[in-house]
Design a protein around this ligand. Structure first.
Ligand code: A3P
Length: 338
């Protein structure tokens, strides 16, 4: 089965009464837990809940419990982790086309007819319901994406390889506000940029605080650089070919000299560029399902620029958010810039 068939994977069979009892116990624990967690204003839905230090939607808190209980990582698994709106879609396309470069030609590529989100599973959606999806038929290395911070992942996953993509926080904020407004539940009142700004600065946004999320992977990448490739959206934009070569080497499939000469790296970069992907019919008209939520592919392609925050933030807002970011990242060695 090819990687592109992953969405067709069956659910893990419910093997026994014992299995079912175990699941019912998780549901009970989840219900009790939800009564105790602090609540904050949501961006897409009414509320987010603070779960072990992070603001998460109820369905993904449950997904996290199911992930811990049932997901069985394999040593060769590769995870793409990111804070929402940091370049996940782009990295999905780049990782997928790098890994499958021997399977597809650039004139008739999978990505010409399928949105990048479909290339490999988003763990949270796959673990939303019981029985969770059975990933055992996926070819190795299996690829998964997640927005969970490092500290919310099962210990068993932490020996696997991770690619983490981060982005300048002001651009993340703008991108997230626009995106969440598009998929916001229809019965909720409008969600202003001022409100989003205040919530973001307080750390309250899906998978936030932003700084805790980024730092969870940054610190782990300093400890185990061979296990975590830490990338910035801005460097992928400015040095796409260098990054694609690093990605390939990190995944254990470095480019051969002949491939480079034939222009394979260049072709991957062109194929996955914002200009190319955003103009494909599938990304203008197609829809992707994440559990129960449907999102139009075009919502994953807005501007794809560095520094669009300048069109949204006042000087005062810039100073406030930069002050928070400077303080939170002080001494970490991680610097943002746009
Ligand atoms: P903007 O809203 O600033 O345009 P994610 O994939 O994590 O949801 O992030 C979405 C952001 O990445 C959006 O940013 C989107 O336009 C941008 N993006 C999507 N595909 C891209 C690509 N191929 N190249 C550069 N940026 C891309």
């Amino acid at each position: 089965m090819s990687i592109s068939d992953q969405s067709l994977f069956p659910q893990t069979p419910v093997e026994s009464k014992e299995h079912e009892d175990h699941y019912n116990k998780i549901c009970e624990d989840y219900n009790h837990l939800m009564e105790t967690l602090p609540k904050g204003n949501g961006w897409r839905a009414k509320h987010l809940y603070n779960y072990n230090g992070f603001w998460i939607s109820p369905k993904y808190i449950k997904a996290n419990l199911l992930l811990h209980a049932y997901f069985k990582p394999q040593p060769t698994d590769i995870f793409l982790a990111s804070f929402m709106k940091s370049g996940t879609t782009w990295l999905k396309a780049l990782i997928f086309s790098t890994l499958t470069r021997h399977l597809y030609s650039f004139s008739a590529h999978y990505l010409h007819h399928h949105g990048p989100q479909s290339t490999f599973p988003f763990l949270e959606s796959e673990c939303e319901n019981f029985p969770i999806t059975d990933f055992t038929h996926m070819s190795s290395p299996r690829l998964f994406a997640t927005h969970f911070p490092r500290t919310l992942l099962p210990e068993s996953m932490t020996s696997c390889k991770f690619v983490y993509i981060c982005r300048e926080p002001k651009d993340v904020l703008v991108s997230k506000w626009v995106f969440m407004n598009k998929i916001r539940e229809k019965d909720l009142p409008p969600f202003s940029f001022d409100e989003a700004f205040d919530l973001f600065c307080e750390g309250v946004s899906n998978y936030g605080p932003f700084w805790e999320h980024v730092l969870s992977y940054w610190r782990a990448s300093l400890e185990s650089p061979e296990k975590i490739l830490f990338l910035k959206y801005e460097e992928v934009k400015r040095q796409s070919e260098v990054v694609v070569r690093r990605l390939a080497a990190f995944m254990g499939i470095p480019f051969m000299a002949e491939e480079v000469e034939k222009g394979v790296v260049e072709n991957i970069v062109k194929l996955c560029s914002f200009e190319n992907l955003s103009n494909l019919e599938v990304n203008k008209k197609g829809v992707e399902k994440f559990g129960t939520v449907e999102v139009e592919n075009r919502e994953f392609f807005r501007k794809g620029e560095i520094g669009d925050w300048r069109n949204y933030l006042s000087d005062e807002m810039k100073q406030r958010i930069d002050g928070i970011i400077d303080e939170k990242f002080k001494g970490s060695g991680l610097i943002f810039g746009s």
